[in-house]
Write a protein that binds this ligand. Structure first.
Ligand code: PEP
Ligand code: MN
Length: 387
């Protein structure tokens, strides 16, 4: 099947060897943990819990130190506490962490000052430095990604145990050699044991494509990003393919429509999917439909526009009587200056000060908490409207 967004590995034999090696390395999570997450998500599907998912757009090997991991963990848990109180419901907290090392790109190549090189596809594949050597896909990065994921997860498990919280890991299932090598058979069927849950991105969700075929086969809870060009028929076909048995918690749709489109596009999708008897969870990704390039060439997002998409998402669900299942965001625990606005506002002239992302702009810690308070208000209104 055609696999979109795969790296052009220069040495097929080295890649095969790297994948075989990875196939012999220990898995990172247990199938039973994936099942427990599915139970937690089943509560979201029933309208009794909400999802908070977040982390870097692209994790980096150098950014996986204890201070950064701890700051992201704390930020997510502070957000979860704020949201849980208002929603009067448990929050299922899922990091885009311990495995988010591969990126889809709009162009296969990048040109700077007349020099054209392969695009950076995440630390799993190549280096971000703009030299031919660094940008050449290197198969030994598969094993490095596994090792750094393992150390990150080890720390997350310790932090979760200390704070007596549950914390789950996720990433985009993109580079299929990596995902397949960490997929292990069990009596109940195959599981991707590199994370508790994985998602398929907007650029790889083709029904006849290899990514949808792959996630159809695994037993983990899974998600698919759906953008503004998704038709109700696309959504229904995905439901039939990925959740034929209509199991609550199995499938999440992450709507990333853009603040301009969410109120127009989402209602039809939600209506038709509900009418098909699907218990799919609807989550809002208010980041990826709201990216633009500011003066100076910085890719950025405005917090007020992000919040507007979230509001639109809640308006749609309130009108239809369906459950706003949660949020999927890109954030960090550091005081970066990548997105605009917030209580301690980042202005366009601040962008260069701490613009550190390896890919898309992330909310900083304070903006993340701003977002959590907005969500808290939205859930509080939603609770009132249900009385
Ligand atoms: C992402 O989550 O970083 C991403 C690329 O999103 P999407 O697939 O929705 O464009
Ligand atoms: Mn992103």
């Amino acid at each position: 099947m055609p696999a979109a967004q795969q790296p052009q590995w220069p040495d097929a034999e080295a890649l095969a060897e790297a994948a075989a090696h990875l196939g012999r390395t220990p898995s990172l999570v247990l199938p039973q943990e994936c099942d427990t997450l599915r139970d937690r998500l089943a509560a979201v599907a029933r309208g009794e819990a909400v999802i908070l998912q977040g982390g870097d757009c692209a994790e980096t090997f150098d950014g996986a130190g204890e201070q950064q991991v701890d700051a992201k963990f704390r930020t997510l848990n502070q957000m979860a506490a704020v949201i849980a109180e208002a929603a009067v419901a448990p929050v299922v907290t899922i990091g885009r962490m311990a495995g988010q090392y591969a990126k889809p790109r709009s162009g296969t190549h990048e040109t700077r000052d007349g020099v054209t090189l392969p695009a950076y596809r995440g630390d799993l594949v190549n280096g971000s430095v703009f030299t031919a050597g660094s940008r050449t896909p290197q198969p030994d990065r598969l094993a490095r990604a596994h090792r750094v994921s393992a150390t990150t997860l080890n720390l997350l498990r310790a932090l979760a145990a200390r704070s007596r919280t549950e914390f789950w890991t996720s990433h985009e299932a993109l580079v299929l050699e990596y995902e397949r090598a960490l997929t292990r058979g069990t009596p109940a069927g195959p599981y991707n044991l590199s994370a508790h849950t994985v998602w398929v991105g907007e650029r790889t969700r083709q029904l006849g494509g290899a990514h949808i075929d792959y996630v159809a086969r695994i037993r983990n809870p899974i998600a698919v990003k759906v953008g503004p060009t998704t038709t109700p028929d696309d959504a229904l076909a995905l439901v039939d393919r990925l959740d034929p048995d209509r199991e609550p918690g199995r499938l999440t749709f992450v709507a990333r429509m853009g603040a301009d489109a969410v109120r127009d596009v989402l209602p039809d999708l939600v209506t038709k999917v509900s009418a098909a008897g699907s218990p799919v969870i609807w989550v809002c990704d208010p980041m990826h439909g709201n990216t633009f390039v500011a003066d100076g060439g910085f890719k950025t997002r405005r917090l007020d526009v992000i919040v507007d998409e979230l509001r639109g998402f809640f308006e749609v669900h309130r009108a239809l009587g369906t459950h706003p299942g949660g949020v999927h965001t890109e954030l960090t625990g550091e005081h970066v200056t990548e997105c605009l606005g917030g209580t301690y506002p980042v202005t366009p002239t601040d962008l260069p000060t701490r613009y550190e992302t390896a890919c898309d702009p992330r909310l900083n810690r304070s903006q993340s908490l701003d977002l959590a308070w907005e969500l808290a208000d939205l859930y509080a209104e939603y609770q009132l409207s249900r009385r």
